[in-house]
Design a protein around this ligand. Structure first.
Ligand SMILES: Cc1cc2nc3c(=O)[nH]c(=O)nc-3n(C[C@H](O)[C@H](O)[C@H](O)COP(=O)(O)O)c2cc1C
Length: 320
């Protein structure tokens, strides 16, 4: 029998998986929950308006408008401030808290946040245990890690620290920080951890198709998955994996791209349809040849109506 996915999360993706993208993807997929882009915590209580900017769904009790729960992600290195801000996010309605220990950004790592903490399992424990104490046992606490910084030699120690801090769920992006985003993802590293630790483990990295998801489940020995770039490249990927749905055809996708332009009107003023669509097309090109054609046709355009016209033109050319 083929391996079957259980829970699927939409990954946090800064600058890409914002409210509008979450709204669009959650309306056509059955995600168990979404993790927001990260809130950077340094040495203070982050103002509420920052939480609201990153998670406008706070106004809707932290659900997308089709009912998918949102979990806010924090990134930081000071246990006390991480704890204070975790409590603030919970008070604002976040469905649990996720902690980012995987961010490879130089600026973040230089100030001792993100993936650099993978070198210090004891610090990971201090941060998470303070956060657990602050939010109590009834709220879900989750963490997101990579296999390690340069190699996976500390992986077991890291996961042991996470478990000791009474974390409920752990997502493992199956690459080191040094691997960056280079394929492959080393899913097999996860297998021994799912057996050994009392954590609900989610596997993440390089899942672009149902076939990848099945291989990932087999190798990682967990049926819980987090989808990142694959969810952008094939917009109904979660349902392809979970319910064996057919991959979305271009004719449907073209309607979705137009819907994205309508959402712009409801979103914040910093959302520019033309640049965001071009960004999305870079991922869609991986699955749809038409996306490449559309990208070339609109790359110099800024006007929304002209872009919508090009979407229609590329789609009509296909139908004829
Ligand atoms: C543009 C972009 C932004 C990201 N932002 C975050 C983030 O804010 N927090 C986080 O934990 N991971 C972030 N990630 C990592 C993803 O959540 C995920 O772990 C990674 O892309 C691997 O999964 P994939 O191969 O399915 O894309 C980001 C990845 C990308 C491509």
């Amino acid at each position: 029998m083929k391996p079957q996915a259980k829970k699927i999360i939409l990954a946090p993706m800064e600058g890409v998986a914002d409210q509008l993208m979450r709204q669009l993807l959650c309306a056509i997929n059955s995600y168990d929950f979404c993790v927001t882009e990260f809130v950077r915590v340094v040495d203070s209580l982050v103002p509420k308006h920052v939480f609201r900017k990153i998670c406008p769904e706070i106004a809707n009790n932290c659900y997308t408008d089709t009912g998918t729960p949102l979990r806010m992600q924090l990134l930081g290195q000071e246990p006390d401030w991480m704890a204070e801000n975790a409590l603030r996010a919970i008070e604002l309605g976040s469905h649990g808290i996720d902690v980012n220990f995987g961010c490879p950004a130089k600026a973040v790592n230089k100030s001792k946040g993100g993936a650099v903490l993978l070198n210090e399992p004891e610090k990971i424990y201090q941060i998470l245990s303070k956060m657990r104490a602050a939010i109590g046992n009834s709220n879900t606490l989750s963490a997101k890690i990579r296999l390690g910084f340069n190699d996976a030699s500390k992986l077991d120690e890291i996961v042991s620290a996470v478990e000791s801090a009474k974390v409920n769920q752990l997502t493992i992006h199956a690459r080191t920080k040094s691997d960056g985003y280079r394929p492959p993802a080393y899913w097999h590293f996860i297998a021994e951890l799912t057996e050994k630790y009392n954590l609900e483990i989610f596997a993440n990295g390089e899942i672009w198709s149902k076939n990848d998801a099945e291989n990932c489940i087999t190798q990682s020995q967990t049926a819980n998955l987090m989808l990142g770039r694959g969810a952008l490249a094939l917009p109904n990927l979660a349902n392809v994996i979970k319910f064996n749905k057919a991959p979305m055809p271009w004719s449907e996708l073209s309607l979705l791209l137009k819907r994205y332009s309508e959402l712009e009107l409801q979103g914040d003023k910093s959302f520019y349809f033309s640049s965001r669509l071009k960004q999305w097309l870079r991922y869609l090109k991986l699955q749809y040849p038409q996306a490449e054609e559309l990208f070339n046709a609109i790359k110099l355009l800024k006007n929304k109506d002209e872009i919508l016209h090009q979407i229609d033109r590329v789609t009509a050319a296909l139908e004829n």
